[in-house]
Design a protein around this ligand. Structure first.
Ligand code: IYR
Length: 222
């Protein structure tokens, strides 16, 4: 087993004051993020999406296997197919598959089976988890910590898009098998999130909900 290493060269060594400033500024930036469901059709250049996806692809992953594929969709016909398939699943969900308890938990969000944003927003990013890898000669390679790795990368993507001034919706139509067919992805890949990205519509509304305060999130052992 060869373990090659290289010197860590471009790590930014900051003093305490600058560290505190950066932490605080990033907290303020991320605290302004809201999940948005009313999108404008204002275009977003492909290069912006590429930068954000390649930021996501800097995420750490199990055994550095980077078990993710991001399919970026702006083509109106593909968006329409995705909307139609997603709404069909959602009709089944809201009209029966979802338990009373689940529907109650969703009530504050005001969601229903209509997903117009899947056509309005300029970009849909279908995030696929590679459950296993394959070699060129077709053998399977086991992947480790796949849900964790793809979850971390998805968080990076949401943060990158937000940092670029875009709004996102972390959409999870259930089940999402239709995305394999529409996006032409192989059997080893499982769609985990359909991320909607773009600018918010004018006068977009968001649910009146709040983040948990530090006292409910953060435990110190000093
Ligand atoms: N997939 C449905 C329901 C839904 C489920 C959860 I969990 C949410 O946080 C929001 C919605 C929908 O998109 O409407």
């Amino acid at each position: 087993m060869d373990r090659k290493s290289e010197v860590l060269l471009d790590f930014e060594h900051l003093d305490a004051a600058e560290t505190a400033r950066r932490a605080s500024a990033f907290r303020a930036l991320m605290n302004r993020r809201r999940t948005v469901r009313d999108f404008s059709d204002r275009p977003v250049p492909r290069a912006v999406i590429e930068d954000c996806v390649m930021t996501a692809a800097t995420a750490p992953s199990g055994a550095n296997q980077q078990p993710w594929t991001f399919v970026c969709i702006s083509d109106p016909q593909t968006k329409r197919r995705i909307r139609e398939a997603a709404e069909e699943e959602e009709r089944g969900f809201y009209a029966g598959r979802a338990s009373e308890e689940w529907l109650e938990a969703l009530a504050p969000l005001g969601t229903d089976e209509n997903k117009p944003f899947l056509e309005t927003a300029p970009w849909l990013i279908a995030i696929f988890a590679q459950r296993y890898g394959t070699t060129e000669d077709g053998r399977r390679i086991k992947h480790y910590y796949v849900p964790e790795s793809v979850g971390i990368a998805s968080g990076f993507l949401i943060a990158a898009l937000h940092g670029a001034g875009l709004a996102t919706l972390t959409h999870t139509p259930s089940p999402m098998g239709f995305l394999n067919e529409i996006c032409g992805r192989p059997e080893n890949e499982k769609a985990v999130i359909l991320l909607v990205a773009g600018y918010p519509a004018e006068r977009a509304t968001v649910p009146d909900i709040a983040r948990k305060p530090a006292g409910q999130v953060l435990v110190w052992r000093e």
